[in-house]
Design a protein around this ligand. Sequence first.
Ligand SMILES: NC(=O)NC1=NC(=O)NC1=O
Length: 164
Amino acid sequence: MNLTTFNQLDADAAQAAIAHCVAISNWQQALVAQRPFASLTALMQCAEQLALSWQQPELNQALAAHPRIGERAAGADKEAALSRREQGAMQQADSDVQQAMRAGNQAYEARFGRVFLIRAKGRSGEQMLAELQRRLENSPEQEVQEALGQLREITLLRLQESLQ
Ligand SMILES: NC(=O)NC1=NC(=O)NC1=O
């Protein structure tokens, strides 16, 4: 979809067109309400600005749509397809990395009580494993902010892609 189309859709259709970027309806609605955008840059800057207000509740709301790293996203919806593509490197990672990632995910969930979230696109399995092991040492407060930063990156990458 291009910018002109996004600007011209009715609000419900515009929201549906970006819903796959992140499962935070307030953010979807707020971005749609700021139309029309004069440029893609202006749209992306607005999207990022709106995402900077996210805190723990938004993180929890969004995590339902993000499968664990290394687990193939089930389902035929657009989020699942995007997750599979973003996490492609994990499918190619050798088995000891995949095994260590499974153990790391369990340790992370035991420590922080939610799924480990990382912007997977552009990262190898080894890089994601190293990030997981580094972040396991974070305090809960630090880790909420790191996870929110990764959620913003994933969201903005998906938004950029859907508006080419
Ligand atoms: N748990 C996750 O980090 N999931 C994901 N990261 C991505 O970049 N896409 C996902 O689905």
